[in-house]
Ligand binder design. Sequence first.
Ligand code: ADP
Length: 322
Amino acid sequence: MEIKTIGVLTSGGDAPGMNAAVRAVVRSGISQGLKVIGINRGYAGLIAGDVKEMTARTVSDTVHRGGTILYTARCKEFREEAGLQKAKDMCKKLGIDGIAVIGGDGSYRGARDLSVRGVPCIGIPGTIDNDIACTDYTIGYDTAMNTALDMIDRLMDTAMSHERCIVVEVMGRGAGYIALNTAIAAGASAVLIPEVEPNVEAIITRLQRAYSLGKKHSIVVVAEGSKVRAQELTEIISNRLNMEARCMVLGHVQRGGSPTLRDRVEASRMGCRAVELLSQGIGNRVVCCKGNEIVDYDILEALQMKKEIDMHLYKVMLDVSF
Ligand code: ADP
């Protein structure tokens, strides 16, 4: 099948760098002589035919902006056969021969469903959580970590001034990548991540040791997916150690902001690879970053992969945090 027109959409949670990926798809598509259609609001916009033709200029001044200029949505209808058929019919009506889908695991399931129904789709990993097994890196992860780090640095200043312990909850869904890395980088005294069974007693002991060695203030980082939540740990610390502890949930601030250099570059590389595949009529694959290489996998194969937290990194955290 000759590919003349491709679509691009963003789906699921937004992440800084998604615009850089959209831009790369648009510009490399145009460079290869393709027409590129921007689909608003993910699969919901596809079903509704909410689209606009993209030109080199519609993506001007977007590479440094957070969020997504195509908007994003979660769409229940797309999970059902009727919704998928509507999406397929809309592609036919609009002349869309293939789609680059920027999002997470859920979005790839949709991309696969559409690919097997005759519209080749290529997934591009966009999520701050870095919780996609097939890729070492997801677009938005670096920016989110640096934003969280900046916030924790600020909290460290006030923790120091009031000689407090501040327990900070960071995002990451079921994964502890943001928590572990920011904990090390911010000089936190302890971290709780979903991949490691929480041991509150060990945290109390670590804090006691640090304070007995002269520490007067501390930061503890808790991943949002941890079994023991930040508020609960704050209460335990303040009761058991008889000190003033405060809880701070960073929340959605971590999802916004101008993407870092790394997010912009990886998004550009992955966007270009997605177009290379789509222009050959290849679908049902997800573009990934492995080491310093951009590779691609079959979506089903990618969804079955498992990703583990780097326990050496966890050990580094234990070795330096007291
Ligand atoms: P993410 O892509 O960030 O993992 P979601 O899981 O919310 O985010 O998925 C985004 C969208 O992808 C959903 O609203 C839905 O339209 C589609 N999707 C998710 N899971 C499936 C599925 N199992 N089958 C088909 N489409 C799905």
